[in-house]
Design a protein around this ligand. Structure first.
Ligand SMILES: Cc1cc2nc3c(=O)[nH]c(=O)nc-3n(C[C@H](O)[C@H](O)[C@H](O)COP(=O)(O)O)c2cc1C
Length: 402
């Protein structure tokens, strides 16, 4: 295949290495995948203003995210089942993040447990919480994250019901994958993945396994999880978490300026403007299209993070130009993990760093803290080579960051 030149190469490698049931889970979104597509297309539709004749020989990319140093303005975002793409996947990704110098966030739905990651790393990591109907389980998870030294809790707000992901339902995605004839053939035709997974310390939900006393079998655990997403989750619940967790609190899944203001009032330290990577409300706008209005309203009072569609360093600079303090990544690092384990995550991070550095130089920027809003301009949408996408008018963006 030649040298790896972009995250898209890692995506191609991941597609080859993973059984379809796992690759589709990572790659796909909810419903018709309109929102997933918009996330990527709307970032592509933005243009960066070129600026020359400035000394950009020294470029500062490091920032702090809720007090944690980050070599580039990006954290490894929470993704469930990462440990099904590579043996001990979350531990490998956390080690890569520590080595590179960016925050790592572990999902509630990870395969490796909070304690596994704490044991394997020395830098404090973040824990992402899905609130369950069983409040005792929530309390236990919060206490375990605290005891493991997690420096921030990301509370995900947008999974009180689960988005319908058609491919996963058709593929019989479960943990571990359901062994239909089709899946068995699929898995057997990916021996590198299979041999790798045989070395994995765990093959089920590492954080929840011990929490659910009556779920002795994996299928019972999976059923329990599906029944536990809580549609009654409201602002009072967020306040309860704020009271229970005394370190940094980040609210993830903010797509409306009113919700951003509620997050400020509830005492959160940061928000993540996110539509869950197009995996929840299919038909939601892209997260980049709502970012300027939200950033305008609250960025003086709270840190504003962004995710959804980041595949290149130029996507990061666009989000910062539109008012985000920093970003999180989902699929970009997951493709790296699935392709090459820890090395692949490092590769994804280095590619993003190099691209970001080049973009800074060519936009005449030596310090990301001095980013000018006019670094980004809206252009007619385009269809980048190798990436399918709808073309049409550029998204209508509002606010000072236009
Ligand atoms: C395979 C996969 C699993 C995910 N699991 C979680 C999760 O467990 N918790 C969560 O808050 N978000 C989860 N997300 C959403 C990501 O944290 C993030 O919001 C999204 O991936 C950003 O979009 P991007 O993939 O285009 O970077 C998941 C995303 C993917 C792709």
């Amino acid at each position: 295949m030649g040298p790896i030149t972009s995250v898209f190469d890692l995506e191609t490698m991941a597609r080859k290495r993973l059984p379809a049931v796992i690759f589709d889970y990572v790659h796909g979104g909810a419903g018709m995948e309109l929102t997933l597509q918009r996330n990527e297309d709307d970032l592509c539709a933005l243009a960066l203003r070129q600026h020359d004749m400035r000394d950009v020989s020294h470029r500062t990319m490091s920032v702090k995210m809720v007090g944690e140093p980050a070599e580039i303005p990006l954290a490894i975002g929470p993704t469930g089942l990462a440990g099904l793409t590579w043996a001990n996947g979350e531990v490998e990704a956390a080690r890569a993040a520590e080595h590179f110098g960016v925050p790592f966030c572990l999902s509630t739905m990870s395969i490796c447990s909070i304690e596994d990651v704490a044991e394997a790393t020395s830098r404090p990591f973040w824990f992402q919480l899905y609130l369950m109907k069983d409040r005792k389980v929530n309390e236990n998870l919060i206490h375990r994250a605290h005891a493991a030294g997690c420096s921030a809790l990301i509370l995900t707000l947008d999974l009180h019901v689960q988005g319908k992901r058609w491919a996963d339902a058709k593929n019989g995605l479960s943990v571990p994958p359901r062994l239909t004839l089709h899946n068995t053939m699929d898995i057997l035709s990916h021996p590198r993945w299979l041999v790798g997974m045989a070395r994995s310390r765990r093959r089920t939900f590492g954080n929840l396994q011990g929490e659910v006393q009556h779920a002795k079998h994996l299928s019972a655990l999976t059923q329990w999880i599906e029944s536990q997403f809580d549609p009654s989750f409201d602002l009072e619940t967020v306040k309860w978490v704020r009271k229970t967790w005394d370190r940094k609190l980040i609210l993830k899944g903010i797509m409306h300026v009113d919700d951003a203001r509620l997050a400020v009032d509830a005492g959160a330290d940061a928000i993540i403007v996110s539509n869950h990577g197009g995996r929840q409300l299919d038909g939601a706008p892209s997260s980049i299209s709502v970012l300027p209005e939200i950033a305008d309203a609250v960025r003086d009072r709270i840190e504003v993070f962004f995710d959804g569609g980041i595949r290149t360093g130029s996507d990061i600079i666009k989000a910062l130009g539109y008012g985000a303090h920093a970003c999180l990544s989902g699929r970009a690092w997951l493709y790296g993990l699935a392709a090459q384990g820890r090395e692949g995550v490092l590769c994804a991070l280095k590619l993003l760093q190099e691209e970001l550095s080049d973009c800074m130089a060519l936009t005449g920027l030596s310090d990301l803290h001095n980013i000018a809003p006019d670094v980004v301009t809206a252009q007619p949408a385009l269809r980048p080579p190798g990436r399918p996408g709808a073309s049409g008018p550029a998204p209508q963006l509002q606010g000072a960051y236009r």
